[in-house]
Design a binder for this molecule. Sequence first.
Ligand code: N01
Length: 516
Amino acid sequence: MTTNDVEIAIIGAGFSGLGAAIRLKQNGFDDYVLLDRGHDFGGTWRDNTYPGAACDVPSQLYSYSFAKNPTWSRSYSHQPEIHAYINDVAEQHGIPAKAQFGTEVTHAEWNEAQGRWIIDTERDGVKGQVRANILVGGVGPLCEPNLPDIEGIDSFEGKIVHSARWDNDFDYSGKRVAVIGTGASAIQIVPELAKITSRLDVYQRTAPWIVPRTERPYTKLEHWAYKNIPGYQSAVRGTIYAANEATAFGLTYSPAALKPVELLCRANILRGVGRDAELRRKVTPTFQVGCKRILRSNDWYPALARPNVDLVTDGIERITPTGVVAKDGTIREVDVIVVATGFHVTDSPVFEKIVGSGRRSLADVWSEIGMQGYKGSFVHGFPNMMLMVGPSTGLGHTSMVYMIESQLNYLVDYLKTVRAQGITRTEVKLSAQQEFNSDIQHKLRNSVWVNGGCASWYKDANGNITTLWPGFTFAFRNATRHFDIAAYDVVRGARRLPAPDIDGTTTSDQPATVTA
Ligand code: N01
């Protein structure tokens, strides 16, 4: 087994983990490692390669503020371009040398005696260990595919593929395909598959609200302006940001203010479906706009109106070896089932692998109190660990990269404080965490997510919203500008190494031997 001793271990090389690595390097924290099970940077933008995968936040805002990209080809970017952007940024900042790809974190446990995290890894079947004073979790909430628990699904003899684990080597053309789900992923997949499949059955449980997608290629003049006019790109970015924040007001405090959005969605339905009254009825949502994520598409409704596409709203009774049986008894034989059923967000299997004080995992703690943390970053019982895109940081209206960069400010200030004050152990106070969460729940009480009459992945098994940041994102930016040490119990002093290892053997605090 190989071991690697570092000051900081970052898990995940998506927008969060890469951003952390860059900001650490810029601020003189060089003793860190970046672990990722994939083979390059990008996280969810590396993994989601389904046809039509694209971002529904404008390109100008969906990028790091410190690495603006004047060459985005379109106003909304598609997955290959975002994936390439993330890898380019990593190269420009010299991060690849710090990354260990193909490295799965199998377990990470806080060792109180040693005052550090013991992180077990596996790479090509070879076990390794990273020991770090501080753990930064950048695994993201949309990484563990949620497979639907439908009777008989395991008996299906054709091909089953999840939207986030797309098989690009398989030839879907001419096939009979069933798509389960009508969320953000499905509405991008279906229009593309509809063009090439012989039949496409779309199983809808809940119709989503969908606004038009104002996507277009940038002109040469715009590209010139982004490159050559100082401040122009920042001004465009700022304008998009401000417009999006207006939606935050409606979502959190006054759902009635979202009526114009609903009218826009209704017009989108009329334009896309035309005269087919039955299809219009099926695709018109019955909950308040904004309660689930508002989607963006111009081609979803026209795709549903195609003669080879059938929108099934009767629900799925079971799956047989050769097809899908709807609740009305109709059997539809298919060659392929696409499950676009989202992710384990509030019940991620990753939570079982992260074990804090008293050998209690995140799954143990959160199964009792719900997915709670302090400022989306620290969790009581998990010393020296900061989560990126942790509880209460999700958004329904603007770019997650803005939230990530806010957390990066907090991370850097935390590390500077720890270094300046000789702090060896930091744990958020339970009282601070509880107060923070009561405030979040108080702010959510009038929100559309609570009152809009829908079920969504924003809610946990108890119906509580533990995923979203209520209100304006600049409030989160302000809350995370400085590390507020008063909210934490800290221990100062020298590190207690060498010390007995987790398995009883003795380790020394020698420089790293890198996992091969
Ligand atoms: O997943 P979802 P997603 N039987 O959870 C249905 C981000 N994203 O992968 O609504 C039948 O939204 C479920 O039905 P219902 C974005 O944040 C961003 O599409 O629960 N159906 C729903 O229709 C997004 O919110 C982009 O009734 C079942 C669908 O499956 C998040 O990822 C692009 C079912 C799941 O929708 C997740 O989106 C793509 C069952 N047993 C994704 N179980 C951008 O553009 C679930 N469903 C940035």
